[in-house]
Design a protein. Structure first.
Length: 122
């Protein structure tokens, strides 16, 4: 089913990503939203965890990326998240939105974010 999705929303982690030394030294919060394209029919019929994607494992994979080795760019962190999530073969595609609320920009700004969508190679 192309329209079946699992959403993990507003996961908050502490990471040390950024192009500036202070961002890596001090670290900051990052907020991740995921949409996962998954065929949910088998789990809907069986009502068994084994027939779907385990949210706890997905959350842990995202945590390891965001709290792991630093990247200069949000784009690189988002790509690492997508790669980690797509390691589960039941996930056909994922949309990653990665926000950095505490961005170091002069002026009024709630934050910055990137969004990528990745799928399996044909």
């Amino acid at each position: 089913m192309d329209n079946d999705c699992i959403f993990l929303e507003q996961m908050v982690f502490f990471g040390r990503h950024g192009a500036y030394a202070a961002e890596r030294e001090l670290g900051q919060r990052f907020v991740v939203d995921l949409a996962l394209g998954v065929d949910l029919q088998p789990a809907g019929e069986s009502d068994r965890l084994e027939d779907t994607v385990n949210y706890v494992r997905v959350h842990e994979a995202v945590r390891q990326v965001v709290e792991g080795p630093p990247c200069n760019l949000l784009e690189a962190v988002a790509r690492r998240i997508a790669d980690a999530v797509l390691a589960d073969e039941r996930i056909l595609w994922c949309r990653v939105r990665l926000a950095k609320p505490g961005v170091a920009i002069q002026g009024a700004l709630a934050g910055v974010a990137v969004q990528i969508t990745r799928g399996r190679e044909a």
